[in-house]
Design a protein around this ligand. Structure first.
Ligand code: 5AD
Ligand code: SF4
Length: 446
C-alpha cells in the first residue's frame, strides 16, 4: 500500500522551501502527499526557532501528536527544521512518540531515514551541521497550479548577529553552485512558473568568500537572460553587503522587480553595534538614498527589533525617528526574544516584558500610518499585476502582486491566472490595494 505523508510547516520561506523539497523527494520515491494529518502514515513537522513564540507553537503541536500516535501506533512522526537542530536528542527524550529528529542540513536523505524507521522501528536523529546542501529531485507536476516559487541559492549564515539563533541551527554559510541554480530556474520556467524568488539568509553575500565564482549580481544577470522568466526577486539581503553593482541591477535587469527587503533591526548606533550588524544608521540611510535614486519606484521593507538588551528610551526613539525618516512600505517588527547560545544573553540591561510590548505597539502604530500613506500614493496609478488566482472574495475577484510586491485584488470575469495584466488602483487599504482591469489605452475592461 502506498504510504501517505503530511508535512506541517512553521516559519519562514526557507522552511516552506525545505518542506517542498522534502515533498518532491518523497513523491519521487513513490509516497503520496495528504492534505490531512489524520490520513497520513508519515507526519513531519518543520519547525522554527527564531523567537520563543515560534518555538512554543511548534512544541505544542508536537505534544498534540501523542494522542494521534496512541490511536495509530504505526504512524511515523518526525520533527525537522531549526527547532529540531536546537533541541536535538532532547526532543526524542521529551516526546516518546517521535521517531525522527532532523536538522535543516540533514533533510537531503529523508527517504533513507524513513525507510530505515519503517524497517526497524528505530528512532533516528541526524544533526550534522557540516552537511553540504545538494539538489533535490524534481517531481513533474508538483508545481502545477503555481505561478511563483522560491529557489534556494545558499544555506546557513556567518554573520552572528548577537540576537540570532540562525547561525547555530543552519550552520556555516555556503552558496549553491550557479550552474545548478540556473538549471533549476530553467526547469521552473518550463513548468509554467513566471516568478522566482531567490532565497537565503543573506543572499547578497552569495559566493562573496570565493572571488573566482560568480557573485550575486552576476548570478542575477545569468537568471535574467532566461527569456520566459517574467519576474525575479530575492530575499533576504544584509545592508553590509549591498554593493553599488547590486543596486545598479535594479535598472539594468529586465526581470528584477523593484522591491528590496533590507532588515535594519534598530535605528540606534549603540544598539546596532551591540547587535553586531556591521553598519551604522547613517550608512543604512545612505543605502536607501542610493536605492531610491536608482529606482524611485522601489518598494522598501524592513525588520526591526525592540527591547534589545540595553535599549534606552532614546535608542528606541532613534528607531521611531528612523522609520519616519525612511518611510518603509512595510515593517515587520518583533520584541527581542532570548534564544539559547546567542551573544546577547551576556549583555546587561534586560528590558521588561511590558516595556517591550509598549515599544512594539508604539512602533507598529506609527508604521501603520506610514504603510497606509505609502499605499495611498498608488491610487490612480496603473500597475502591472501577475495574477496568482482567485481573491479572498471568491470567483468574481482575482488577486496578484505589483512589481513592488503589493497585493492587489480586482474584479474579473475570466480566469487570468499566470498572466501579466494592467490594473488601475482605485483604493488603497492597510494591507492591500483594490483595482480594476484596464486595457492598453487605460480604459476599464470589466
Ligand atoms: N528576537 C526577536 N526577533 C528576532 N529576529 C531574529 N532573532 C530574533 C530574536 N532573538 C528577527 C529579526 C530578523 C527576523 C527574521 O526575525 O528582525 O530579521
Ligand atoms: Fe540571523 Fe543576522 Fe544571519 Fe540574518 S544575518 S540570519 S539576523 S545572524
Amino acid at each position: 500500500m502506498t504510504q501517505l505523508f503530511h508535512i506541517k510547516t512553521f516559519g519562514c520561506q526557507m522552511n516552506k522551501h525545505d518542506s517542498d523539497s522534502i515533498s518532491k523527494t518523497l513523491l519521487d520515491k513513490g509516497y503520496r502527499q495528504s492534505d490531512s494529518i489524520d490520513d497520513a502514515h508519515i507526519i513531519l513537522i518543520n519547525t522554527c526557532a527564531v523567537r520563543e513564540k515560534a518555538e512554543e507553537k511548534a512544541l505544542a503541536f508536537i505534544g498534540r501528536l501523542a494522542a494521534l500516535r496512541r490511536k495509530k501506533p504505526d504512524i511515523i512522526a518526525g520533527v525537522i527544521g531549526c527547532l529540531a537542530q536546537e533541541k536535538g536528542m532532547n526532543l526524542l527524550k521529551r516526546f516518546p512518540h517521535l521517531d525522527l529528529v532532523l536538522g535543516p542540513r540533514n533533510i537531503y536523505r529523508i527517504d533513507k531515514f524513513i525507510s530505515q524507521i519503517t524497517k526497524g522501528r528505530e528512532r533516528i536523529s541526524s544533526l550534522d551541521l557540516a552537511c553540504e546542501p545538494t539538489s533535490f529531485p524534481n517531481y513533474n507536476g508538483y508545481l502545477r497550479g503555481r505561478v511563483k516559487t522560491f529557489l534556494k541559492i545558499m544555506e546557513g549564515c556567518d554573520n552572528f548577529c548577537s540576537y540570532c539563533i540562525v547561525p547555530f541551527v543552519r550552520g556555516r554559510e555556503t552558496s549553491l553552485a550557479a550552474k545548478e541554480i540556473v538549471d533549476e530556474a530553467k526547469y521552473l520556467v518550463s513548468q509554467e512558473i513566471k516568478e522566482i524568488t531567490l532565497i537565503g539568509q543573506n543572499v547578497n553575500s552569495y559566493n562573496l568568500k570565493n572571488k573566482d565564482l560568480p557573485t550575486f549580481p552576476g548570478l542575477l544577470k545569468e537568471l535574467d537572460s532566461i527569456a520566459d522568466l517574467e519576474r525575479l526577486r530575492f530575499t533576504t539581503s544584509h545592508p553590509k553587503d549591498l554593493s553599488d553593482e547590486l543596486i545598479g541591477s535594479f535598472v539594468e535587469l529586465r526581470s528584477l522587480c523593484p522591491h528590496i527587503h533590507l532588515p535594519v533591526q534598530s535605528g540606534s548606533d549603540n544598539i546596532l553595534k551591540l547587535m553586531n550588524r556591521g553598519y551604522t544608521r547613517g550608512k543604512y540611510i545612505g543605502l536607501i538614498e542610493r536605492l531610491r535614486k536608482t529606482r524611485p519606484d522601489m518598494t522598501i521593507t524592513s525588520d526591526m527589533i525592540v527591547g534589545f538588551p540595553g535599549e534606552r528610551e532614546r535608542d528606541f526613539e532613534d528607531s521611531l525617528r528612523l522609520i519616519e525618516e525612511i518611510e518603509f512600505d512595510n515593517l515587520f517588527s518583533f520584541k527581542y526574544s532570548e534564544r539559547p547560545g546567542i551573544k546577547a544573553l551576556q549583555l546587561p540591561g534586560r528590558i521588561e516584558k511590558e516595556e517591550k510590548q509598549r515599544r512594539l505597539s508604539m512602533l507598529q502604530e506609527r508604521q501603520r500610518g506610514i504603510t497606509l500613506s505609502k499605499n495611498n500614493l498608488l491610487e490612480g496609478t496603473i500597475q502591472e499585476i501577475l495574477v496568482e488566482g482567485p481573491g479572498k472574495r471568491g470567483d468574481d475577484q482575482l488577486t496578484g502582486r505589483t512589481l513592488g510586491n503589493k497585493v492587489v485584488n480586482f474584479p474579473a470575469r475570466t480566469n487570468l491566472k499566470g498572466q501579466l495584466v494592467r490594473v488601475k488602483i482605485v483604493k488603497a487599504l492597510q494591507n492591500s490595494l483594490l483595482g480594476e482591469l484596464v486595457d492598453r489605452q487605460d480604459h476599464k475592461v470589466y
